[in-house]
Design a binder for this molecule. Structure first.
Ligand code: FEO
Length: 392
């Protein structure tokens, strides 16, 4: 079945129902690889799909036009979930020239595919007229790689923005007004947290660049296409990139014999006294890519660990390493944990949180062996202090 975005402009991508991991980020709801075909006096294919899905994409294209008639393949991004089918499509479309960003796109494609395809390098403001449709190109560096760009169809005001505004969300539907919006927004937040949060400064620059560009449709390379809720996703990106978030505290811990868990729950009680929302995650039972999505939309973060060999437990270390790489913006935090003799976990957690850019609200709480009632009260107080800051 043909899926049209506008006259002569079609979705020709593929649905990956079984994608459950995207380089370490869990994708419980699968994904799509969105490719788009513009049929005009000249024919352009915008992006391709992951290599195993080439036949699915070719089938969609063939329903509309002979693939050999493609004049341009536009590579908005070199990463293989979008470029993986280039070798096959460049064979199926022998007259096609390959459009990519100058320097990073050119170098990325040459180095990834060791190819001699005829490249058309483009930069900010470059244009390509296909007939009645005119395209312009907007580099979006680091959203998600240095080569990333958006292709803008000027006459239809459609922004083919590749990874930006995407979600790992497989669906039989293609548009935002055909699906459950809160679920899509949840997946968009998880996508932002795990893929783009580290580049929030560049997201703000990109939003500034796009603020005066009319966009009737925002067509990312993953998930649902935005046509009814464009402002919702644009506003959410602005909020996430600025480090906004709800008056909420995320409490994350790794426990050895249950003491740090008791501390986490006492801290949660303290948060609750301030009428601030919270969630609690045991790192041994939770998914870190889900947790960072919650961190993105929350203002507060408390991390706890029992002590092991004068440092923190490996699950806490792995979580904080991941968080540090994602560079969360505007978060306020606290550390807590237990020890038997030498201690060290709380200090190590505090150091990592600071390196992640989290502002510490108060000195961490460190408790020997099993917490007594008075020590649990210290945890409640830390929770109250953190919640008060988050609510303020
Ligand atoms: Fe969807 Fe950065 O690739």
């Amino acid at each position: 079945m043909k899926v049209a975005l506008a006259d002569g402009i079609y979705w020709v991508g593929a649905i990956d129902w079984n994608l459950k991991d995207f380089h370490g980020y869990t994708t419980h709801r699968g994904s799509t690889y969105n490719a788009y075909l513009i049929v005009d006096e000249k024919v352009a294919l915008i992006d391709t799909v992951k290599a195993p899905f080439f036949a699915e994409m070719l089938g969609h294209i063939s329903e509309i036009i002979d693939p050999a008639k493609i004049d341009y393949v536009i590579s908005n991004h070199v990463e293989m979930d979008h470029s993986g089918s280039l070798p096959q499509i460049m064979k199926a479309a022998p007259r096609a020239r390959l459009v990519t960003t100058e320097k990073f796109g050119e170098a990325g494609l040459r180095k990834c595919f060791h190819c001699d395809w005829p490249l058309v390098p483009v930069k900010e403001g470059s244009e390509l007229t296909l007939g009645k449709h005119k395209l312009s190109f907007i580099p979006l560096p680091m959203l998600h790689w240095p080569d990333s760009m958006a292709t803008y169809c000027v006459d239809e005001a459609i922004m083919f923005c590749n990874d930006a505004f995407g979600q790992h969300f497989a669906s039989s539907r293609r548009f935002d007004d055909e699906v459950d919006l809160p679920v899509v927004m949840l997946e968009a937040a998880k996508y932002y947290a795990n893929i783009l949060m580290a580049f929030s400064g560049l997201v703000l620059k990109a939003l500034d660049k796009l603020k005066n560009v009319k966009m009737n449709i925002i067509a990312p390379s993953h998930g649902i296409i935005w046509r009814a809720h464009r402002n919702e996703i644009l506003n959410a990106y602005a909020d996430w990139a600025k480090g906004g978030g709800k008056k909420k505290v995320v409490i994350v811990y790794s426990t050895m014999w249950g003491s740090t868990e008791k501390m986490a729950l006492a801290l949660a009680e303290g948060v609750a006294t301030q009428n601030v929302e919270y969630t609690v995650y045991d790192l041994g039972k939770s998914d870190r890519s889900d947790i960072v999505a919650d961190v993105l939309v929350s203002r507060g973060l408390a991390v706890g660990s029992a002590t092991l060999n004068n440092g923190m437990l490996p699950l806490a270390a792995a979580f904080l390493t991941y968080l540090k790489g994602l560079k969360p913006v505007g978060k306020t935090g606290a550390a807590f944990g237990s020890f038997g003799w030498g201690g060290g976990a709380v200090k190590a957690v505090e150091e990592e949180l600071k390196l992640a850019g989290v502002e510490m609200v108060a000195p961490g709480v460190s408790i020997r062996y099993v917490p007594e009632p008075g020590e649990l009260e210290q945890c409640r107080e830390l929770g109250r202090t953190l919640a008060a800051r988050v609510a303020g």
